[in-house]
Write a protein that binds this ligand. Structure first.
Ligand SMILES: Nc1ncnc2c1ncn2[C@@H]1O[C@H](COP(=O)(O)OP(=O)(O)OP(=O)(O)O)[C@@H](O)[C@H]1O
Ligand SMILES: [Mg+2]
Length: 266
């Protein structure tokens, strides 16, 4: 890497969260959240139902105001520069935001128009191709499977090439194959330099994807580290000699004829 040729506001982390607090009435959901996300990395925010993951994503994407603390995204303060933050991000919410009565291609063209992009048709075709939806592109979204909807939803959020994307539970409700397709999509984004913050309740999703994992619990980040760092928090497993049984996921994927997702495919 040649840092001399890359002058950007980029020395700062893509996302910086400091002391963020949020309550709904008497319910203190976030009581002081701090973390940084490095540019081009995948950061997984893990937490149980109701931990406050969506609340935090909403604050970072300017949909909700924090009660206290500060957060910057792509160097812009979410409270004082919300317009700049919105320019720099995309948000794929917990529930797919695609329009059922339109075709996949029409959904993409619509968003490209709304974002004032030149040549919305070409943008749509390119994204359909990248997300393996070219054949389905002319069909109404109402006929898509859950995995296809998710892929379309993520494709829509990439129009305009935002440097930072938020994915709130990107694979909830998907079958193992569709989850792997979404995982591959997310890896490709990060490989291309996009910063990804995703929330998940699936531990394996964080293991598979994330450069760093933060655990949100009772309003605050109780651990933040790489998978290896988190694993070192527990004593190493005793060595036991047991026959290794295939996991149900391995059996399922063998039967339906898919390769299990490796960590280091490209
Ligand atoms: N607008 C609101 N008004 C009142 N309470 C809210 C509001 N939004 C969220 N909450 C509450 O705040 C807590 C955190 O909700 P949030 O949606 O951020 O959790 P989450 O970690 O995303 O959960 P899940 O895994 O179920 O998506 C929950 O107890 C929820 O009921
Ligand atoms: Mg949520």
């Amino acid at each position: 890497m040649n840092s001399a040729t890359a002058p950007s506001p980029a020395a700062a982390p893509a996302i910086r969260v400091e002391g963020v607090e949020k309550s709904y009435g008497k319910l203190h959901v976030l009581t002081g959240v701090d973390f940084d996300v490095a540019r081009g990395s995948i950061f997984a925010l893990l937490g149980s139902n109701g931990a406050g993951k969506t609340t935090l994503v909403k604050i970072l994407s300017t949909l909700l105001k924090a009660d206290a603390g500060t957060a910057t995204v792509d160097g812009f303060d979410v409270a004082s520069r919300p317009g700049d933050v919105r320019e720099a991000i995309s948000l794929t919410g917990q529930f797919a935001a695609v329009d059922e009565v339109l075709t996949g291609r029409e959904n993409l063209v619509l968003v490209a128009r709304l974002r004032h992009r030149k040549d919305p048709g070409a943008i749509a075709d390119d994204l359909l191709e990248r997300f393996s939806l070219t054949e389905a592109g002319g069909r109404k979204v109402a006929t898509y499977s859950g995995g296809m909807r998710r892929r379309l939803d993520i494709a829509m959020s990439l129009i305009g090439n935002p440097p930072v994307i938020f994915l709130d539970e990107p694979t909830t409700g998907l079958d193992p194959q569709a989850r792997m397709e979404v995982w591959q999509t997310i890896r490709r984004l990060a490989d291309g330099g996009t910063t990804v913050l995703l929330t998940t309740q699936y531990l394996d999703e964080a293991e598979q994807l994330a450069d760093r994992i933060a655990i949100l619990h009772q309003g605050t980040i109780i651990q933040n580290g790489t998978l290896a760092e988190l694993q070192r928090l527990l004593p190493p497993a005793k060595v036991e000699y047991v026959e290794k049984q295939p996991t149900l996921e391995e059996v399922f994927l063998a039967l339906v004829g898919e390769e299990p997702a490796g960590k280091d495919q490209s």
